[in-house]
Design a protein around this ligand. Sequence first.
Ligand code: NAP
Length: 308
Amino acid sequence: MRHIIIIGSGPAGYTAAIYASRAGLEPLLFASSVEAGGELMNTTEVENFPGFPEGIQGPVLMDKLQEQAEKFGTTVSYDDVTELDLSGEIKKVTLSNGDVHEAHAVIFATGSAYRKLGLSDEERLAGHGISWCATCDGFFFKEKTIAVVGGGDSAMEEATFLTRFASKVYVIHRRDTLRASKIMQQRAFDNEKIEFIWNTEVVGVSGEEGVEGVTLRNILSGETTELPLNGLFVAIGNDPRTHLVHNKLELTEDGTIAVEGRSSKTSVTGVFAAGDVIDPTYRQAVTAAASGTVAALDAEHYLAALGK
Ligand code: NAP
C-alpha cells in the first residue's frame, strides 16, 4: 500500500512527485508505456520555462524533472493504467498487465490528447502522411510539400520546425487571424517557405498508400479546391485525457476534471487532479508544474489529516 499514486508524467505529474517525495511520501508514478514524459517529449525548444534563458529541449526538460523526482524517492513505472476504483478510502489502480496497486491518495495528471479533424480518412492515413507530431515525423518529409492545420502556437511551432525538412509548408487556418502568440506568428510570417491559406478548412484527404492531397473548403465562399500534398500535420489543440475517470469524477463543461476553487480537490475525497487535465485555458508547462505542486500539497494535507 502506497501513500500516493501519481498517474501521468508531464510537468504536473513530475512536479507533484518532486513535492510528494520531498515530503517523504515515496510516491509511485505511472508514466505510461508510450507517452512517458507527456507532450513536451514531442516539442523542440522550450523558450518560456523560467530558469532557462537559453531555452531547453522539451525531452531534456522532462528527463531532468524525472531525475529530480527520482532523486527524492519517487518510483517511476512505465506501465499503463487501465482502470481506477476511487470509491473507497483505499484507491485501487489497475494496470494493463492486470496488477492492482493501492494507495490512500491519487493524483491524476494525465494531460491532454491531440485533437483530430474528424475526417473519415484520418485514421486510415494516420502514420501514412497524416501526423500530429512534427518533431517525430518531420524528417520523413525532406523536400516535400506539406501542410499544417491550425492557427495556435502549436501550428506555428510545427510549421516553422517543418521548414527544416520540407520545401513548402502551407498553414491552413479556419479564420483570418491567428490565435498564436505574436512572437510565434511573426516567426512563421517571416519564413519564406510558409504560405498561409486563410478562412479554410480541410474537408477531405486523398491517397491510398499515403497522403496525396487534401480537399479544402473556403468558409466564406463555400468553394472547394484540391491541394496536392505529401503530408498533413494536424495541430488544432488538445482535449483533456479523462477516459479513465468518466462517471467517477465530476467533469466541467469544457471536459476537464472539476476541482474545488484553486485547489486540486476533485469530487472524490482523496483524489486530486493537476495540469492540463483540469485546465481549459492556460495549458503551459509552467502552469502545469505549478498545478502539480498544488496537488502534492493538497494530498499531503489530506494524508496528514488521515494520520498517515
Ligand atoms: P490552441 O491554442 O487551442 O489552438 C488551436 C488552433 O486550432 C486554433 O487556431 C483553432 O482555431 C484551431 N482549431 C481547433 N479546432 C479545429 C478544427 N476542428 N478544425 C480546424 N481548426 C481547428 O491549441 P495549441 O496551438 O495546441 O496550443 C495549446 C496551448 O499550448 C496554448 O496555450 C499555447 O499557447 C500552448 N503552446 C505554447 C507553445 C510555446 O509557447 N512554445 C507551443 C505550443 C503550444 P480558432 O483559432 O479559430 O479557434
